[in-house]
Design a protein around this ligand. Sequence first.
Ligand code: KG4
Length: 340
Amino acid sequence: DRRITILGIESSCDDTSAAIIRDGEIMSNVVANQKVHEEYGGVVPELASRAHQQNIIPVVELAIKKAGISRNEISAVAFTRGPGLLGSLLVGTSFAKGFSLASGIPLIDVNHLQGHVLALFIKEKEIEYNPPKFPFLCLLVSGGNSQIIIVRNHLEMEIIGQTIDDAAGEAFDKCAKVMGLPYPGGPYVDKLAKEGDPLKFEFSRPRIPGLDYSFSGLKTNFLYFLRDNIKKNENFIEENKTDLCASLQHTIIEILLGKLKRAAKETGIKEITIAGGVSANSGLRNALKENAEKYCWNLIIPKFEYTMDNAAMIAITGYYKYLNKEFVGQNTVPFARTQL
Ligand code: KG4
């Protein structure tokens, strides 16, 4: 059997996921979300690691079963090595090492950010395959990351701009939290924003040189703005919720697109892609489409399922690393912080 079958494992934050990719084509992708964090309004690292430990074996078994293959057809196991929560990463890493050792197959470490980008290359049965052409720019926006990445080929990419503090998703979630919305608040803000006026309120925008982002100033500004207005009118949030959401979302999108436009201009690249959980945001998608028309970008937006944390993106990265024979040993350890 010359087919290359990769088992991918993702456990960097609060989703336990396993996927099977064969010759670049998806066969299964199982994601177990962790509900335990909801009542805390954010991810609790210790609880996340414990939930990963409970989920990992059933999730992997289900991925193999759904793919309709047997364990001995797997050519290699790929796992998220980082960035992410160290305790969470350790669960996936240890599992992958054990699986590799027990099955006598190679072990492949995957950078989570690279995974988000390569999700654009997942083939699906009976769906037209339309990956971006190299070199392209990827705006990676999630709960933990906000980066502009220049992608030269499957395995060669460079971060040319990134947040110096909070991620865009964090800005959505934290501002949503102070408005009393459930966690994670991003999707709620998106929904409420549809009925609000994006120009009703004005919030601060960072003045950061180059292609880097910053979202912590906006978050503080939003918090103080609410606090000042609640002093005058205790129902301020309730009475203005849709406008607050629309104006907040508008500001985040303007910040994201400002630097993306600049990156496109400076690099001369018109092949533009987006990845990460925040790419689900409808306002961001619309704004990207408008800019694509205006600046003649070829815009590629991945399928929703693969924009959020998932193991299919880890397995596809594993596939390309397998072709390049990039394997690691049992002494490999996870890393928490951003690197590419
Ligand atoms: O990539 P992802 O699933 O995982 C993390 O890196 O954490 O991204 C999750 C993030 C959360 O911050 C969530 O609020 C945000 O993506 N998000 C959204 C939307 N859907 C998910 N933010 C704004 N609008 C949305 N529709």
